[in-house]
Design a protein around this ligand. Structure first.
Ligand code: NI
Length: 216
């Protein structure tokens, strides 16, 4: 099977698995990460086939829903083997999927390859800016969280466990994760895009507090 067909079949497969999922990790998240990754890859000397496959498969069994770190790589391997993909490609894609999830502000997972760095940047870009704001409130709503509560201060999560257990208001998530992402980008292209998205979030927060307090 050639690369074009493997990519096409993989996108159809992931679309059918994640269609209609409402908490921000749906097919359209994957689609946006895929497009971000292609854009970033244009300026880099890296294997675009591995990048696109990893972007398409990176949330195939997200830990937030499955509770198992190995579920994603396992599902991805099963799928790619069924298409007859090369073992080196499968191993690289699975390594990226394993490392790409953000595990809280205090826990840094360095990506081992350029391809991994690009997929991580692409995923992080989708967590900030206008899309990031929309996803954050959609996810908070799905967990029954308040949008904002002035009495509850943001927390810094030093471990994956405390990050997973976090149940604070959605606005706190901006300080616990979203506003930290700009400085974590691996590539120059992603850094530029992140800068614009970051500024938009700052403006959003300024307006949010202003409207909250009846100042318009
Ligand atoms: Ni993702």
């Amino acid at each position: 099977m050639n690369r074009e067909i493997i990519l096409q079949k993989t996108s159809e497969h992931v679309k059918s698995l994640l269609a209609g999922e409402g908490s921000g990790h749906d097919w359209w998240h994957v689609y946006r990460v895929w497009q971000n990754a292609r854009r970033i890859a244009q300026g880099e000397n890296a294997d675009s086939f591995v990048i696109e496959l990893a972007a398409l498969l990176h949330d195939i069994a997200d830990w937030k829903f499955s509770g198992d770190d190995e579920a994603g790589p396992r599902e991805a391997r099963k799928w790619l083997e069924s298409l007859g993909a090369d073992e080196t490609v499968i191993r690289h894609v699975c390594d990226i999927i394993r490392d790409v999830s953000f595990k809280g502000a205090g826990v840094k997972i360095p990506m081992k390859t350029k391809e991994g760095m690009i997929v991580q940047d692409a995923d992080r870009l989708d967590a900030i800016g206008a899309i990031g704001i929309a996803r954050t409130f959609a996810y908070g709503g799905s967990k029954g969280r308040e949008m904002y509560n002035p009495a509850v201060k943001p927390e810094h999560h030093d471990s994956f466990e405390s990050y997973k257990k976090n149940s604070g208001p959605t606005i706190n998530h901006f300080y616990e994760k979203l506003l930290l992402l700009k400085s974590l980008m691996n590539t120059e292209t992603a850094r530029q895009l992140a800068g614009e998205r970051h500024q938009f979030m700052e403006e959003f927060l300024t307006r949010f507090y202003s409207e909250w307090n009846g100042k318009g």
